[in-house]
Design a protein around this ligand. Sequence first.
Ligand SMILES: C[S@@+](CC[C@H](N)C(=O)[O-])C[C@H]1O[C@@H](n2cnc3c(N)ncnc32)[C@H](O)[C@@H]1O
Length: 283
Amino acid sequence: MAKYAPEKYWEERLKKDFSLGGVGFLGLGVQYNKWLYKARLRALTKLLKASQINPQGKRILDIGVGTGFYVDYWKERGAKSITGIDITEKSISMLKTKYPGYEFIKADISSKELSIKEKFDVITAFDVLFHIVEEAKFEQAIANIRKLSHQETQILITDSFLKEPRPSGFHEYDRTMDGYKEALIKTELEPVITMPIFYYMNNPIDKNRLNSRLLRSVVSMVWRLIAMLPLLRRLGAFGEAIGYLVGLILYMVDGITLRYAKDGPSSKLLLAQLEDVEGSKCL
Ligand SMILES: C[S@@+](CC[C@H](N)C(=O)[O-])C[C@H]1O[C@@H](n2cnc3c(N)ncnc32)[C@H](O)[C@@H]1O
């Protein structure tokens, strides 16, 4: 099998499908992915509130901006500026046309030659760092994020932050929480808080984090059912309608579950900032 070439892979993937179905969980369809994205916004809003982060008047950097899903979110909350970077020409050209008031730059966050000199108040890397499969490049990406930060920058990252290591896949390497901590601390950044984004809705690759054997079996069983959605997509609009309904139900169930659950078996949202920022409590 050919080696993962990020630029080529993402250019082809986004050209084929420039929608939430293309940047989101491949194969699950646009309708199910819409609910996954709604759940991501729910977690983001909860974390901003819990950490008293107000985007009003802030300079936002969105790394791996993709279809620009989060641009409107920051815009509605009064961000002063929004800059998006992405490894693909497709994302940057589409977003320049859609949002002429904001800046979009084609760049690889894992490059040693990243030429952006500005500093940002809020930096997000949503579902992008696990697509950097080489360790040296991952460390370079974290070092670049540090360079783009000032003393008070709030860094928001979504990933699985696994309890136990997993082997790397073709275009995805899910790292452990300990691995992340190590990489962040090397650049004087520290994780402050994590929040689970999903409970049942996403692939439970971090289910070993859950204490109960019964819960581990239930999340696996639910995922086996969700993983059948790609088969239904052959049915066209009917398949998408089922995806919508399953997404809606699980979105509500996750909402209730996550009111009580501190840990989740899949993606989490992490807030990191520079060490020794006043009031910060490292994880
Ligand atoms: C899974 S998608 C997520 C997109 C968006 N953040 C979201 O949550 O909808 C990953 C995005 O990161 C971009 N990407 C992948 N590797 C990158 C890199 N090394 N530097 C910058 N962007 C990258 C891809 O082109 C793609 O748009």
